[in-house]
Design a binder for this molecule. Structure first.
Ligand code: FAD
Length: 396
């Protein structure tokens, strides 16, 4: 991967973090203005690993196509089925569009390569300090930019420098383990019974291994569970999933809320740095790419108009349109998912009706809403939940 010299210190746009949000920001900016001088700064060398379930919604590829990146995962095998379960209840169906399971070591390096191919300069540097001046933003006293996108993940230094507080978080652990026959060709999610939302997963990568893990919301006042405890929960919910597992790594997930608003000014935040992980599912790559592109576009348009200080306003307008209603709906859904009866009703309704299943997947993976079909299906399943039940499956 081509890297630029850290001696070039004056940029139109500096993107801090070259994960999905950062690469997408560079792509969005250069698609808007190919002549823009864009630095993509990361503390790590690529390829690099990242704790993740590696599940990539097809919508991510739609977004990337809008900024000229196509064929990114053509050599990977998509996964067509999703199995949702909780305590013996199961809803297993084909997804409306297959999803992908791509180790982040591969996905992120390809995204960073695409950004470099579009004209971004990749710099290896750990950002520690950010100062806003009237005419520019200065990073670590020597990297100067008209605008900055902070895409530096869950523990963002840029967010800290802006003095913004963190929000609710989840903690999750992932590893790679051989896929047992019963879980091949599928993404399997088994919801937990406490600390909701929580679940264990097994996502078939298509090469004999599955990405397996367990994550739960961290509630204030509770001590974060240790790695052994997370592994224990994984094994309890998906017996055998962790067997032969390797490369265990855990990380925080900054969960989105209904009150999400981006800051004004020259410094924008995208992806995890902006506190954007779906509180229902832990999905963050879609948000990272969506907000990365929006931030890059906003910054490029503001620079083109010689008003980089207006980048934040432009970004707020764009994200309000693409994200805010969805964030309200996921916040409500995550609150509802704390109740055992609601989760079970969602499974029953999904097992009974493909449309409910599809709408639920859309809500969890991309920009879906609590649709009338979903609300009606849930209501009906809740009303029926007093009746005796057993395991349920999609009709053959
Ligand atoms: C265990 C786990 C499972 C998950 N499963 C899924 C899943 O299956 N599907 C999904 O969509 N999402 C999942 N997520 C969420 C997803 O991983 C994140 O939402 C996503 O990585 C966000 O992308 P990002 O570009 O914002 O941040 P990151 O991917 O974290 O990238 C941030 C980049 O910034 C760099 N950086 C950090 N600090 C600095 C600094 N000071 N200076 C320079 N560079 C810096 C890092 O090296 C990194 O490359 C999961 C998360 C966890 C923890």
């Amino acid at each position: 991967m081509r890297r630029a010299s850290t001696r070039s210190t004056h940029w139109d746009l500096v993107v801090v973090g070259a994960g999905p949000a950062g690469a997408a920001a560079a792509l969005g900016a250069l698609h808007t203005d190919p002549g823009l001088r864009v630095a993509l700064v990361d503390r790590a060398d690529f390829p690099r690993d990242k704790a993740c379930g590696d599940a990539v919604a097809p919508h991510v590829l739609d977004l990337l196509a809008q900024v000229g990146v196509t064929g990114l995962l053509d050599d990977r095998v998509p996964v067509g089925r999703l199995r949702l379960g909780r305590g013996g209840l199961t809803a297993e169906r084909p997804m409306a569009r297959p999803a992908w399971v791509v180790p982040r070591r591969i996905l992120d390096a390809r995204l960073a390569d695409a950004a470099v191919a579009a004209g971004a300069h990749l710099l290896r540097h750990r950002v520690r300090d950010l100062r806003q001046h009237t005419e520019a933003v200065v990073l670590d006293g020597r990297i100067r930019a008209a605008a900055v996108v902070g895409a530096d993940g869950a523990h963002s230094a840029v967010r800290r420098a802006l003095g913004l507080p963190g929000g609710p978080v989840a903690l999750a652990l992932r590893g790679y383990a051989p896929v047992p026959p019963g879980r091949r060709g599928a993404q399997v999610i088994e919801f937990g019974t406490r600390h909701q939302p929580s679940y264990a997963w097994s996502f078939d990568r298509g090469d004999g291994l599955a990405n397996v893990g367990y994550g739960e919301t961290l509630h204030p006042g509770r001590t974060a569970p240790a790695r052994a405890r997370l592994l224990e929960r994984l094994d309890a919910l998906l017996p055998g999933a962790a067997e032969g597992g390797r490369q265990w790594v855990g990380h925080h997930l900054p969960l989105s809320t209904a009150r999400w608003r981006p800051p004004a000014g020259r410094v924008l935040l995208a992806g995890d740095a902006a506190g954007l992980v779906n509180p229902l599912t832990g999905e963050g790559i879609y948000y990272a790419v969506a907000t990365g592109i929006a931030a890059g576009r906003a910054a490029a348009a503001a620079c083109r108009d010689r008003r980089p200080e207006r980048a934040g306003e432009r970004y707020a307008r764009a994200t309000r349109r693409i994200l805010l209603p969805h964030l309200r709906h996921t916040a409500l859904a995550a609150r509802l998912a704390r109740g055992r009866r609601t989760v079970e009703a969602a499974l029953r309704a999904s097992a009974a009706d493909q449309r409910v299943f599809d709408d639920l997947v859309e809500l969890g993976l991309a920009r879906g809403r609590l649709t009338p079909a979903l609300a009606f299906g849930l209501g009906r399943a809740l009303a029926a939940s007093a009746r005796p039940t057993g395991p349920i499956r999609e009709p053959a």
